[in-house]
Design a protein around this ligand. Structure first.
Ligand code: ATP
Ligand code: MG
Length: 230
């Protein structure tokens, strides 16, 4: 379970103070496919960054499973990020001079998975998101946007993380491909009991998730009153 308690993140620059998130609390049960919607600048990416341990809150806490990540030191956070979290970014963030297969093998290397197993596990993840033997040998530039997005998802799930955080993962894709990608993430939530949290502007997708949070100016204005919410 993920438990977020009174989370606040304030950004201070020389000239201004931005309350990106203000006093947010919620819980999400394992295996939930949750979506976060809200206008540009409402705090969605900030929230994902905090849950993924990429940033620290100004106040409040976040527990994932039985670990409170907001009190972890940097070395623990690095371990948490690489073993428990899968990130999918809108811009894919694939490494251009590595093949799809090599891109997906990287997190396994970080997690010290034996080299003899890396290739098979990466291949398995890539096939599971619908790529074929030829495509996975190509470098990102020789794949379509939708195929690159699948590689990014394979890279996020190859370590079998407890939590997948995806920031507008289908923002650049046509609506059909977007649906296919979302179905894939949703199936993953069910088959592996992975918690998936997706930022999306697509209300159709939000409607089809287990739980939808709407965020406005750093505050939750609506949390889905769904059975999975506790
Ligand atoms: N590092 C930072 N320094 C200062 N202000 C920041 C920083 N990161 C985010 N902000 C501010 O915090 C607020 C929330 O930003 P955030 O990126 O979380 O919005 P968002 O909901 O993801 O928007 P979008 O839909 O455009 O991606 C914005 O006002 C933004 O300008
Ligand atoms: Mg954002």
């Amino acid at each position: 379970m993920i438990k977020v308690t009174k989370l606040t993140r304030i950004f201070k620059t020389n000239s201004e103070t931005v309350k990106a998130l203000e006093n947010i609390s919620f819980t999400i049960k394992d295996g939930t496919f949750a979506s976060i919607v809200g206008r540009s600048g409402s705090g969605k990416t900030t929230l994902l960054g905090l849950m993924g341990g990429l940033d620290k809150p100004t106040s409040g806490s976040i527990s994932v499973g039985n670990k409170e990540i907001t009190s972890m030191n940097d070395s623990k956070l690095i371990k948490y990020r690489s073993s428990k979290i899968g990130f999918v970014f809108q811009s894919y963030n694939l490494i251009p001079n590595l093949s799809a297969l090599e891109n997906v093998m990287l997190p396994l290397e970080f997690n010290k998975v034996e080299s003899s197993q890396r290739q098979n596990l990466a291949k398995e993840a890539l096939i599971s998101v619908g790529l074929d033997e030829n495509q996975i040998k190509r470098k990102p530039a020789r794949l379509s946007g939708g195929q690159q997005q699948r590689v990014a998802i394979a890279r996020a799930i190859v370590t079998k993380p407890k939590l997948v955080l995806a920031d507008e993962p289908t923002g650049n894709l046509d609506s059909h491909t977007a649906k296919v990608i979302f179905k894939l993430l949703k199936d993953l939530a069910k088959s592996e009991n992975t918690t998936i949290i997706v930022v999306t502007h697509d209300l159709e997708i939000a409607k089809n998730s287990d739980l939808t949070f709407k965020i406005e100016d750093g505050k939750f204005i609506k949390g889905g009153s769904n059975a999975k919410r506790s």
